[in-house]
Design a protein around this ligand. Structure first.
Ligand code: KG4
Ligand code: ZN
Length: 367
């Protein structure tokens, strides 16, 4: 248990309006008014996370990160499943404790059904099913990519329907037209690599540990984004491509290292700033095109890459230039987290959208 606890890096968040002292009385009034309490569970990749929300108000969000993958330059699926198995019970326990509720206060259990790594998903889905069975409570399946979008409905201000959400993560790059909570249309997506993948692969070539996105962000802040010019692919419509850019970055580094073996160490900040700038301009140029074409004024960011400083600044500038509104989730709701699963579960609960005990995870799960 002690070893497990050491393995866990908990980032615990209670929203400001629910301070620790007031949580219990707040929950009491939620129960009094028959307002639903949802437990959310996320295990699609390499974060084991559990969160509790009461009537859409987030009471806790516990995230156990897996550091084991750093040495491998990417997530090792088999190792991820094993660590999920170790972390899931402590994470759920902690989420219940932080929310100051009793497990019997839970009205439904929402879990990520997919998309994601099958072995990782199996841990969360199996746990959710067992816990629901033990408590006699209903189950709610959640699509991970929809949940990233619905992270915008945790805090104020919330976007108005219809809005456009640029969902950028390690595995996905999508422009989603969000017409309602569960009425979403992907109007643009990547033909090959995801934006986060391009950043992670670049960082690997630079000799940085996985995941590289946050480190590229850190170095980029000290660099000149115009130091090196990388190509912007010309893809029709609102779709993306990052494989050409990735190859261009690889060749650029290979050629320069051949001339100067210390090239990457000496120029890491400028390289990171230039790569980040190109990724951000590719993403935002497509978002701008889509917003103009669809006459949308509310534009939003979601997914792990939306934690990126350059992208966050860029979408604010884009919105200011056009008189649009930009929406960006808090950091802990950008990368994988169970709060977004709990809020998605809450809106499904209101619609009475439950699943049975025969539900199974899906590595690929369309909207
Ligand atoms: O949504 P997410 O946590 O997991 C997936 O569903 O993939 O996204 C992970 C991705 C990784 O590629 C990671 O490098 C990237 O998000 N990321 C960042 C930053 N923080 C996380 N990329 C750029 N800047 C960041 N600050
Ligand atoms: Zn994700």
């Amino acid at each position: 248990m002690l070893k497990q606890a050491k393995n866990l890096k908990f980032f615990v968040c209670l929203i400001e309006r629910v301070g620790r002292k007031s949580t219990h009385s707040l929950l009491h009034s939620f129960k009094l008014h028959n307002m639903p309490v949802i437990l959310g569970i996320e295990s699609s990749c390499d974060e084991t996370s559990a969160a509790v929300c009461a009537d859409g108000v987030m009471l806790s969000n516990v995230i156990a990160n897996q550091t084991i993958h750093e040495a491998y330059g990417g997530v090792v699926p088999e190792l991820a499943s094993r660590v999920h198995q170790q972390n899931i019970i402590p994470a759920v326990n902690q989420a219940i404790l932080n929310a100051k509720i009793n497990k019997n206060d839970i009205d439904a259990i929402a879990f990520t059904r997919g998309p994601g790594l099958l072995g990782s998903l199996l841990v969360g889905v199996s746990f959710a099913k067992s816990f629901a069975l033990a408590l006699g409570k209903p189950l709610i399946e959640v699509n991970h990519m929809q949940a990233h979008v619905l992270a915008h409905f945790i805090d104020e201000p919330k976007p108005q329907f219809p809005f456009l959400c640029l969902t950028v993560s390690g595995g996905h790059t999508q422009i989603v037209l969000v017409k309602d909570y569960f009425d979403m249309e992907i109007i643009g997506q990547t033909n090959d690599d995801a934006a986060g993948e391009a950043l992670d692969k670049t960082s690997k070539v630079l000799g940085l540990p996985y995941p590289g996105g946050p480190l590229i962000d850190k170095y980029a802040r000290q660099g000149n984004r115009n130091a090196y010019q990388f190509p912007e692919p010309q893809i029709p419509g609102f779709d993306f491509s990052f494989s050409g850019l990735k190859t261009a970055i690889m060749y650029f580094i290979r050629d320069n290292v051949a001339i100067n073996p210390n090239f990457t160490q000496e120029h890491i900040a400028d390289i990171c700033a230039s790569v980040e700038y190109r990724v951000v301009t590719i993403l935002l140029n497509k978002l701008k095109k889509a917003a103009i074409a669809h006459g949308i004024k509310d534009i939003a960011l979601a997914g792990g890459v939306s934690a990126n400083t350059g992208l966050r600044q860029g979408i604010q500038e884009l919105a200011a230039q056009h008189g649009w509104n930009a929406f960006i989730p808090r950091f802990e709701y950008c990368t994988d987290n169970a709060a977004m699963i709990a809020i998605a579960g809450y809106h499904k609960y209101l619609q009475g959208d439950f699943v049975g005990q025969d539900v199974a995870p899906l590595a690929r799960m369309p909207f």
